[in-house]
Design a protein around this ligand. Structure first.
Ligand code: SF4
Length: 312
């Protein structure tokens, strides 16, 4: 068996920053320490922090007054920030700057009187946060059918934004439908789909023709990981999204000589390496890393942490 290891894969700059923020907050404040939603959408990352005393909540009301709370990489709506202030929480904002960019675009378009179509997935943490920036001005659009059903005059003052972790190709189809329907529609100055999402998708598209099967490490609630598996399947290759090596089924590898291994932006590298070790052990796999793009993006810690020094 030959394993092709896609590069780039795994942690992006936003996930690195969010995890480093939580590590730093643990050093500075100890436990109990609260995180609103999962710090990143990965079971291993969340479980490892839970074991160290971090409490993940879905409702800000579940956090005792005067506690320390981190906002996850996916961002939060202003109503959540307001509720945190009301409870006198010490909030640390680990929102990825590329998500914040979309929030700022939503605020700008809303101020200028646009009706905004947010292309994204209903219920995703990031989408909830962005919708919350201008609830009266934004509508979620999930596919071409929803574009066709929009009840607005063709010359309405409209703009579009996208979730950062969509399939580039799926988003393009919806954007095209919006442009056809509203020829004057405004959009973001630069793509909202982030560099990490685009690079991981491009790597799968480049490498999938050369393999029989694709393994994507990532959790099922990770939007960008799901998209990687979908893209592989769109090339008619079997693709499995798994959290870890324990989910591998030996039956996948009958008549399979070449396997592409990649990972979503929130999946730790050690779970990738465990998977590769399994394929070496059970199938005598040799491993080749193929790099389709170098990444050198990094984000600094949130300002709330930068301004604090560790007191021993
Ligand atoms: S996937 Fe993109 S938007 Fe999401 S945290 Fe990573 S860099 Fe930021």
């Amino acid at each position: 068996m030959k394993v092709i290891l896609a590069n780039p894969r795994g942690f992006c700059a936003g996930v690195n920053m969010a995890i480093d923020s939580l590590e730093r907050a643990l050093e500075l404040f100890g436990t109990p320490l609260y995180v609103y939603h999962e710090i990143v959408h990965n079971r291993h990352v969340v479980e490892r922090f839970k074991k160290r005393g971090v409490v993940f909540v879905d409702h800000i009301e579940d956090i005792p007054a005067n506690s320390v709370v981190l906002y996850s990489a996916h961002g939060v709506a202003p109503a959540i920030r307001a509720a945190a202030i009301e409870r006198n929480l010490n909030a640390i904002d680990a929102t990825c700057p590329l998500v914040t960019k979309v929030h700022l675009e939503a605020i700008r378009f809303a101020k200028e009187g646009y009706t905004i179509f947010l292309i994204g997935h209903e219920g995703h943490d990031e989408v909830l946060g962005t919708l919350g920036e201008a609830p009266g001005n934004i509508r979620l659009v999930q596919d071409e059918q929803e574009v066709a059903a929009l009840e607005l005059p063709d010359d309405a003052k409209v703009a579009y934004l996208t979730q950062t972790t969509l399939s580039v190709d799926d988003a393009e189809v919806i954007i095209r439908a919006l442009r056809k329907r509203f020829p004057h529609i405004a959009g973001p100055k630069k793509d909202d789909i982030c560099y990490a999402t685009q690079n991981r998708q491009e790597a799968v598209k480049d490498l999938v023709p050369d393999v029989d099967l694709v393994i994507v490490l990532g959790s099922r609630n990770s939007s960008n990981s799901l998209r990687l598996a979908e893209i592989a399947r769109s090339y008619r290759k079997p693709a499995y999204l798994i959290d870890g090596v324990d989910e591998i089924a030996p039956s996948w590898f009958v008549n399979t000589d070449r396997v592409l291994v990649t990972a979503g932006a929130s999946a730790p590298e050690d779970v990738v390496q465990e998977c590769v070790a399994y394929l070496k052990r059970h199938h005598g796999a040799t491993v080749e890393t193929r790099t389709i793009r170098e990444e050198d993006v990094s984000f600094q810690l949130p300002k709330e942490l930068r301004s604090l020094t560790l007191v021993n």
